[in-house]
Design a protein around this ligand. Sequence first.
Ligand code: AMP
Length: 447
Amino acid sequence: MQPNSIDQSIDKPALFSGLSLAPSLLLAIKKMDFEQPTPVQLQAIPLALEGKDLLVSAETGSGKTAAFLLPILQHLLTMPTTRGTRALVLTPTRELAQQVFKQCQQLTEFTELKTGLITGGDDFRLQQNMLRRNTEIVIATPGRVLELMDQDIPDFSNLEVLVLDEADRMLDMGFSEDVLTIANSCNAQRQTLLFSATLTHFGVIKMADKVLNNHEIVALNTLHDGHRNIEQQIVLADDNDHKLKLLTWLLQNETYDKALVFTNSRLQADALRGPLRGQKLRVGVLHGEMDQKDRNRMMELFRGGEVKVMLATDLAARGLDIKGINLVINFDVPRNGINYIHRIGRTGRVDELGLTIALVKHTEWNLMSGIERFLKQKFKKRAIKELEGKYKGPKKLKASGKATGGKKKEEPKKAAMEKVKVRLRDKKNVGKRRVPSSKPAVDGTQA
Ligand code: AMP
């Protein structure tokens, strides 16, 4: 099968030989007829080779398997051998484990590295023996690994790389606890690569918070998938006053246990507190400039339910893991897709639905449509009858979803053209009669 998304837009085709891979791996790649790296391989391999933890969105068919196997193999070939399993790949199903295993065998054909497969249904003894023989790379499903762990067999204390493949599916299949147990039994200094078809799966973001360390995000091919459990809505607003009314209405009328309201600045978060308290809402504020003691106290109040609505900035909310947050409102549209993902990842729990609403005014439309494009998703537009404003979105949209027109941008262009015309006219008139005037012309140039 060919990968479904080789990027044709790259002028000079990128080659595997440019990815700092060992000759033995390049030989295997050639034998497998991989001519060019796919986009996910191009982006993920160099970062993984730097030893970074990664959260990667890539669907099946994108070439994601080689995107994690190649940097692992390169790493194992260059670092001195240790005892025990050196790389562990966890997959949700036996079938996927078998596919990854097969690809790993092909890629290691010209090396001494050994790969093992551990899935339910296969001979337990053989798997025990394979692990005892210091097989470097183990591809496995979580259930059987746990069974073996009960017998104290696998040794992940020297593990160098852990991969969670199709993490969203693993979580949907109920493996969340199993995966965490296995991850916690692994060497804490390891590198971890988390691959998921979608980044808007709250479980994935929570898992990423727990197992990744200072990670980078590679966002590609996010699916219009059916297993998102965060409903994402957009409510249009005229200005910040209108937003405040909408926010108050939503906090008074939506059903939620705890709500998190994001602003882009500390000042905005502080400014909302008074009016919301005035509406008898139990509101707290969390931002980066509060000292740790105040932050901890605020978190305790939120956790305990004394505070039901928390106003927060992005920085303050990183890593916030509080149960029962099932409503996230973006008072300000976040500055980029990654912040958006982190914000919405605060909502929902494994067995719950979460709702996230962005309040969008006209100056934020393009930012919001950029986020939709980044996530390859269209959010549901919602109108609040009681508070409908004048702004209904741009009259015309570009194919990208952004507003057409941009008159303000056209103006300087027009002015520049006028200036050129004036200069040309002046050139023509050199030596001719000149009007001795310094009166500015309409566009501000000197006539
Ligand atoms: P995956 O997304 O990892 O399941 O890969 C999908 C298919 O694409 C598999 O059959 C791979 O063997 C193949 N493949 C992966 N990378 C490349 C590449 N760079 N060029 C051609 N085929 C590839």
